[in-house]
Design a protein around this ligand. Sequence first.
Ligand code: FE2
Ligand code: FE2
Length: 505
Amino acid sequence: MDQKQAVRELAEVGCIVEKNALPQIREEHVNHIKDLSPPPMIVNERLVSNLSQRIRDGEQETAGTAEDVVAAAAQEAGGRPETVETSVEVQTDINTEKEKRTVGDFVDYYNDRYERISQILRQRRAMQGAISLSHVEDMSADEEASVIGIVQDKYKTNSGKFIVYIEDPTGSTKLLVGEEDGEHIVEDEVIGANGTLGDDIVFCDEVIWPDLPLPQNISSTDEKVYAAFISDIHYGSIDTLNDTIDTFVSWLNSETEFTARIKYLFIVGDVVEGVGIYPGQQEELKLENLYDQYDQFIDMIKAIRDDIEIIITSGNHDMVRLAEPQPPIPEDYVEELYDRDNVHFVPNPCWVNVHGHDNGGVDVLMYHGYSFDGHVSGLQHLRDSAYENPDHAMIDFLKRRHLAPIYGSTLIVPDETDHHVIDRIPDIFCMGHTHSFANTTYKGVNVICAGTFQGQTDFQRRVGHMPDPGKVAVVDLSTRESSVKEFYHEDGEDRDSNGEVDSHE
Ligand SMILES: [Fe+2]
Ligand SMILES: [Fe+2]
C-alpha cells in the first residue's frame, strides 16, 4: 500500500495522517486503525509506533479501542497541568426582543435556510453548474441540469419511485427520484439534484445532500486540556439519580492527573424536570416547586471546582419558551450562578468556541435535540434503532446540514436567521434529550450524545425505552480523542469518587 492510498483510506474514516507518520505507515496499521472504534482523529508518529509495538506483541487479533492505543501512545506526554488559562466565546445571539411574528418572518427564515445551504451545495463538484429553477422551463427536454431547492412535498408512485416538489426563490419544479433516495428525502430540507429534463420534470440520476467534506485538518489545542459532556439531569424528578451526579461531581473535583485536565464542562439542557411539562407529571415529581428544582442544580454547579468553565444550554424541560431557538435559562431561576465568571448560560442551539487563545481552540455546536423524535419518526432507516444509536440521527443532521430539517419536528420561532442551519463545520457536535448515550466521530467531528442522570421514568417504561444513565464523554482537545467514564451501577450502587470505570464505545 503506498502512502497516498493509506492517506485516502484513513481519510474515508475521518482520520488525518500527520506528515511525520507517513514513512512508517503500512497496510497493517491502516487496517488496525480502521478497526478502532471510534477511529482516532489524528494519526501521528507516536500512535503508529505504538501500533507497531502492539502488532509485534501479537495483539493485532483484538482491535481494542482508539482510547487504548492513544492513551498508551500519550503516556509520555502525561503530567499534571500547571495553571491553565481558559476561554469561552459564545457565538450565537438570538433575537428575543421581537414579540410578534408575521408571514414575512417565515419567508425570511426559509430564504435564509435556502441561501446558506444552497451555498454549501454549490461547493460540491457535482453541483457547481446548478441553475435557478426559473431557468428550467427555458431549457429543452433531454438537456442535463443541476438544480437546488427546498423540498415542498413528496409522494411515492406506484412504481416505487418518488415525485418530489422543490422550490427556490425564483420558481419551482418537480423531480422523479429513485426509491432509496426518495425514502431519505424529508420535507423542508434543501437538496440538490442532477438529472435530465423531461416535460415539466427532472429525471434524477442522483440526489445530493450538502453533507460535510472530508476533513483537511483537525482543530486542536496545544495544551492538553479536556472537555466533559453531560445532559438531562432532570433535578426534581423521582427518577433523578442524585447519588450518581454527586459521584460525578466528586470525581471531577478529585484532581487526579486526568480530572485536573478537565477545564470545560458542557451541559446540554433539561437540567431540571420542570413542572407542567406533560399530563400527569405531578406523580413523577419529587420537588413540585420549580425554584427548589433549580436550587438543587445551583448547589451542584457551586460544588464543582471553579477553574472549570461550565456552559449550559436550555432543554424542553427548562423554564424557557419551548420554541427554538430557546433563550438561555433566565437569571430569575439561577441568579446565584449568573454572578459566577465560570458559568455561561447560552441559547439552544448554540455555537461555542473554547480555549480560543490556544491555536484557535475548538468549536462546539450544542443542541438539546428536541427535533430528534419528530425527525426519526419519518425516516425508517433511523426510526428502528433511533434510541439505541442516537448518533445515527445526529450524523443525519450533519449530512443535511440542519438540526431540525422537517418543519414541525420542533417548534420554531421564525427569525431572519435560521439558527438550525449548520453552515460551519463544528469540531464537536453535542446533543442530549434522548437519554441515550453515544460517542463517535463523523468526518473529523466528535459526535457526542451526552447521557442522562435520570433513571427510567414511568413513561419510558411504558414505551419500552431504556435510558443509559451516568455516562460522561470526555474529549482531549489537544488530540480530539475521547473517552467515556461511567458513574452508574445497574444495581443502584454508586462508584466511589476514585473508582470510576472507563468504558469504550
Ligand atoms: Fe431530558
Ligand atoms: Fe429533552
